[in-house]
Design a protein around this ligand. Structure first.
Ligand code: SF4
Ligand code: SF4
Length: 113
């Protein structure tokens, strides 16, 4: 298991590669279901993680909902890669979940959402 600080650095470095092209937004089924809430897309989730990891946001119920409703379907990742951006979005969201809410990931006593 990689140290938390290394994982955080790696995640932030990867998120920096996002070009904010937003090609991943429209294809995301949770974004579609939300009728236009960008936080419910891959781009939105990566932005939430970026600001949480930088300490500019504090995790709340709304952000937890956004992060944990990602279906890991990879539709965003396929379009991101097909456009040459090459982000492993699902892996990044998974890593982000484990860094910003380790209790939820491990199924701790506050795990019910
Ligand atoms: S498609 Fe990839 S590079 Fe473009 S906004 Fe989405 S995650 Fe970022
Ligand atoms: S993996 Fe998550 S963010 Fe990507 S398209 Fe599927 S639900 Fe949306």
């Amino acid at each position: 298991m990689i140290p938390q600080k290394t994982a955080k650095t790696k995640l932030l470095k990867e998120i920096t590669k996002c070009r904010a092209c937003r090609f991943c937004v429209d294809v995301c089924p949770t974004y579609q279901a939300s009728i236009g809430v960008e936080s419910m897309s891959a781009f939105g989730r990566l932005q939430i993680l970026k600001y949480l990891l930088k300490g500019r946001l504090e995790l709340d119920d709304a952000m937890t909902f956004c992060l944990y409703t990602c279906l890991q379907c990879k539709r965003c990742e396929i379009i991101c890669k097909s456009k040459g951006q090459n982000l492993e979005i699902c892996e990044l969201i998974q890593l982000g979940r484990s860094l910003v809410s380790p209790t939820l990931v491990k199924g701790g006593k506050n795990a019910a959402i």
